[in-house]
Design a protein around this ligand. Structure first.
Ligand SMILES: [Zn+2]
Length: 309
């Protein structure tokens, strides 16, 4: 069973325009910092087109083509960041619920809330979990809060009580946000205080790698997702980088994810999946088949209680 543990619903109304502009700027810099203004505008147009898939028809097509059974859609609450999306958080929750109701065996949703909403944050999480069947929590600290601080505790308590995994963004992000909130050690105090909660460091296998791996090695309740490997590992060095990662003895803590649609400019689900499955099938990855299959889906199923098909 193949599960993408990290993706987003491609609806531009869910994201502040400053966030989307920032992603485009970062991606263009990744490709070539000297891109002309004209080319930049063309890339921006094609990126915005790729960010338009409100009913998930495009994503489902890509999942079917690639043989991906399930995708976990992560909600981000930007409302407290100073940059607001067009749609409010209640509408964003309802839209995700609509998609899960339409395709219950294809999508999983993690509720996203900013703890600075206070009691309202907990109410959003409760509603997402109890009323909409969302199966985890997504935190996006770059919006401006420390994930190890006291204000997040009620959310961690709820997730511990109901056994909901908590996926936390790690690493630098768009230029308009602060990066001090998203290091593995900004989260660490919470990991220690909530040993029975499960934490997934989003992008932990590609950003702040050394610290993320230390957390996965020495904290039983910490897992790392691979999303971003499509860009961060580089096509020529991908196999070497994966093998370096597999040497760290955290394979049972790794989860495959793509961050779709963020990197759609570089390909679709089939391309992203084959970046791993092709070298694996050719015997180029130094990993046991059971560990590889765990990364590609079984571990996520274990953490969320989803029955593998
Ligand atoms: Zn993401």
């Amino acid at each position: 069973m193949i599960v993408d543990c990290h993706a987003h619903l491609a609806n531009p109304g869910f994201f502040p325009s400053e966030f989307i502009d920032g992603i485009i700027d970062n991606l263009i810099t990744t490709i070539d910092g000297s891109v002309s203004t004209h080319r930049r505008a063309a890339l921006r147009r094609s990126y915005l087109e790729a960010f338009e898939d409100r009913d998930c028809d495009g994503l489902l097509r890509e999942m079917d083509e690639a043989g991906i059974e399930r995708v976990c859609l992560l909600i981000i609450d930007f409302e407290e960041s100073g940059f607001r999306p067009k749609l409010d958080l209640a509408t964003i929750f309802e839209e995700h619920s609509r998609i899960v109701l339409a395709h219950p065996d294809r999508f999983v949703v993690f509720a996203g809330v900013d703890p600075r909403k206070g009691p309202k944050a907990l109410e959003f999480l409760r509603r997402g979990h109890a009323d909409f069947g969302f199966q985890g929590l997504k935190l996006y600290p770059p919006c401006g809060f420390m994930p190890g601080s006291d204000i997040v505790e009620p959310l961690y308590e709820y997730c511990t009580k109901f056994n909901l995994p908590i996926l936390v963004h790690i690493g630098p992000t768009v230029p308009c946000f602060g990066f001090e909130y998203s290091t593995p050690y900004a989260l660490e105090p919470a990991v220690r205080r909530f040993p029975h909660a499960t934490f997934i460091l989003a992008h932990g296998a590609v950003k702040h790698i050394e610290d993320s791996i230390s957390m996965a090695r020495y904290r039983p309740n910490v897992y790392l997702d691979l999303s971003g490997y499509q860009v961060e590992y580089g096509r020529e060095t991908l196999v070497d980088k994966l093998n370096e990662l597999f040497e760290k003895r955290v394979n049972h803590k790794l989860l495959w994810g793509t961050d779709w649609p963020i990197f759609r400019m570089f390909g679709g689900q089939k391309t992203f999946l084959s970046l791993l499955t092709q070298p694996f099938n050719e015997g180029k990855l130094a990993i046991a088949p059971s560990e590889f299959h765990a990364i590609m889906g079984t571990t996520f199923c274990n953490l969320t209680g989803i029955q593998p098909a």
